[in-house]
Design a protein around this ligand. Structure first.
Ligand code: DGL
Length: 264
């Protein structure tokens, strides 16, 4: 069976990949990180669309996936219509901010969306708020640094508590005796740092990671009867740079082996 392609700008898509892998044992996978131009959060919309389309051209040509998961909010909120138009026969599953579940579960009515600057600027995100959270106060927090901090953490770098705390601080709002109780993890890199977020939060909140819901969607789309795959699955890095020993070990823990083949 052809593989399921899981794609992100970097290592954040691993938080989605691990859930899909759990939901579909036996499936074949390819993980692809566009590390050559990471971070996507800083790219202008046109540049991001052009980049994702050209990388996907190479990846789809090489791997002929049965489905592709865009495990990146920054890309999904922009490029899904372009991908579906270009490859109508391939199902694409995206990752978009979990605003709806936050709005359904909040008790205080104060919710925050922690994302990249790209994602918080999108019409797509504003439309989700208008459709599902008009009864809530929504704090949009565009972090310039967190995705990079998550990458460093995965590569064995020291990430200071103060740096993480400064990035999550704007999510915590107090107003009229109420305080934020739900935070959407609207960048797939952020669940990699979830334990640190919990430890550094000024008060306990529910952090909503959409990965399990995405995995359920992928299973619906491709069907539960998957065969032909066994770890380790290939992990492609568009830079072509071979992961160092720390990253190779982290990838192995996810059931991946670094192929480090430049796709583009
Ligand atoms: N992991 C990506 C997301 O979900 C973005 C990180 C980046 O490249 O800026 O938005």
């Amino acid at each position: 069976m052809s593989p399921i392609l899981v794609f992100d700008s970097g290592l954040g898509g691993l938080t989605v990949f691990r859930e899909i892998e759990k939901a579909l044992p036996g499936a074949a996978f390819v993980y692809a990180a566009d590390d050559a131009v990471f971070p996507y959060g800083a790219l202008a919309p046109d540049a991001l669309v052009a980049r994702v389309m050209s990388v996907m051209e190479a990846l789809i040509g090489r791997w002929r996936p049965q489905a592709a998961v865009i495990a990146c909010n920054t890309a999904s909120t922009l490029v899904l219509p372009h991908l579906r138009a270009r490859w109508p026969a391939i199902p694409f599953v995206g990752t978009v901010p979990a605003i709806k579940p936050c709005a359904e579960r909040t008790k205080s009515g104060l919710i925050s969306v922690l994302a990249t600057p790209g994602t918080v600027a999108r019409d797509y995100t504003r439309d989700l708020i208008a459709s599902f959270a008009s009864h809530c106060d929504v704090q949009l927090v565009g972090s310039k640094k967190l995705a990079g901090l998550a990458e460093s953490f995965m590569r064995g770098g020291a990430v200071a508590d103060a740096d993480i705390a400064a990035e999550i601080a704007p999510c915590f709002v107090q107003r009229d005796g109420r305080r934020t109780d739900m935070i959407a993890l609207a960048c797939t890199h952020y669940p990699l740092l979830l334990e640190r977020f919990r430890a550094l939060a000024p008060w306990p909140v529910e952090w909503v990671d959409p990965a399990p819901a995405i995995a359920r969607r992928v299973k619906q789309v491709v069907g539960a009867e998957q065969t032909g795959g066994a770890p380790p699955y290939p992990a492609i890095f568009t830079s072509g740079a071979a992961p160092d020993a720390t990253l190779a070990k982290a990838l192995a823990a996810f059931g991946l082996r670094a192929d480090a083949i430049a796709a583009v």
